[in-house]
Design a binder for this molecule. Sequence first.
Ligand SMILES: Cc1ncc(COP(=O)(O)O)c(C=O)c1O
Length: 437
Amino acid sequence: MTTPPRHSDRVLSYRDLVRIRTQMDLPGRTSEFTGRIRGEREGAVDGLHFREVLTAAEREVVVRDHRGEARPMLMFGSNNYLGLATHPRVIAAVQEAVGEFGVGAGGPPILNGHGPLHRELEDRLAEHEGQEAALVFSSGYSANVGMMSALPGPRDLVLYDDEIHASMLDGLKMGRIEARPFPHNDHRALDALLETHGAAYQDVFVAVEGVYSMSGTVARLDRIGEVTRRHGATLIVDEAHGTGVTGPNGAGTVAMFDAADAVDIVMGTFSKAFGVSGGFVAAGGDVVDYLRYFARSYVFSTAPSTAICAAVLAGLDVLADEPEIHGRLMENTGYLAQALQERGFADASGVTAVFSLPVPAGTDVRAAAHDFHQRGLFLNHIEAPAVPTSQQRFRVSLTSDHTREDLDELLEGIDAVWAAHVLPVGGTAIPEPRLKR
Ligand SMILES: Cc1ncc(COP(=O)(O)O)c(C=O)c1O
């Protein structure tokens, strides 16, 4: 019997990617890279990326895979944490807004794209985040890029947690902002950096995420807030995965730590708990007005459609009026966290809807991902070369709509996949490598 090639033998290595990116001319780059990716999508190397989800973003979906087969699957890879993407009140609000305003804003906010629903949404978001004002962007990505490239100046420094999202890093690069990482959630290292470097700069910004998207860990905003305040720096919190999930009734991670006094700027998205797309920055009125003119992704981009604004406004109403939805999400996250902890996943906190399942280096993560797929379980896998092989993982996202049976089916799947692909025979301990980028 011939052994099938291992995942690591089939995929491009990080070194391959760097070689393709830096040493080849355009035809070479595109043909080598695209050839590999196309082969993957057509099933030549059993890729699971770009699976086509044929139905609404609910707990159960119908998925067409790379072989063209459609099958029902339990969805554990969606950011639709509260099920708002298909909530009847949200859908009704969108239909009404489309009836009145049509489907598109027709221009950037600074010219003709800013309407009454944009204004109302900005006011409601500011109130929700306990800030003076807010502005909405067409995506969370553009909110971070716009803010991080425009707010810090040439004599400023940004200190950022080394797990922050690519959109913040891209903004820093775009603005050519001087920036340094600090180790994940390490307020002592942050303190030391502020002590050593703070005085040399005009303004210092600290950038963290309320809930880290890859690991599901929560920023220790109590400690980070104290350190940042003591040094007179400005604290920015990306609440993409916190809004609607963490804190009392999903008020967010800032509320969870009662840290509003220590946080200057909150960024958030509509693409996670609100179930649509778009993003916002909430801050003091002067900062928000400054961004309206200097955040290039705001100024030079068409405003989100009024349908998006209507969906988020309705979502805010649902959050306030139907706390049982958040309650169901927390019951689910608590149940899964306990079951995962019993299996050795020590980092499963249950406070967030994101669970990271690290696999030891040497695991054929793609074979394991395939096994989940065959079992009808849709999980996201984070594989090399996106991360080093020692940091490969599965990522599970829960929603309020998952049932106890769904979670038990997931746990059975994890046990089976781990036994077949991950744990050494007879092994019990699961190493917990930390994600680095
Ligand atoms: C932490 C974080 N910030 C920002 C973004 C970008 O948001 P969006 O997908 O709405 O553009 C994401 C989403 O991928 C995220 O996880």
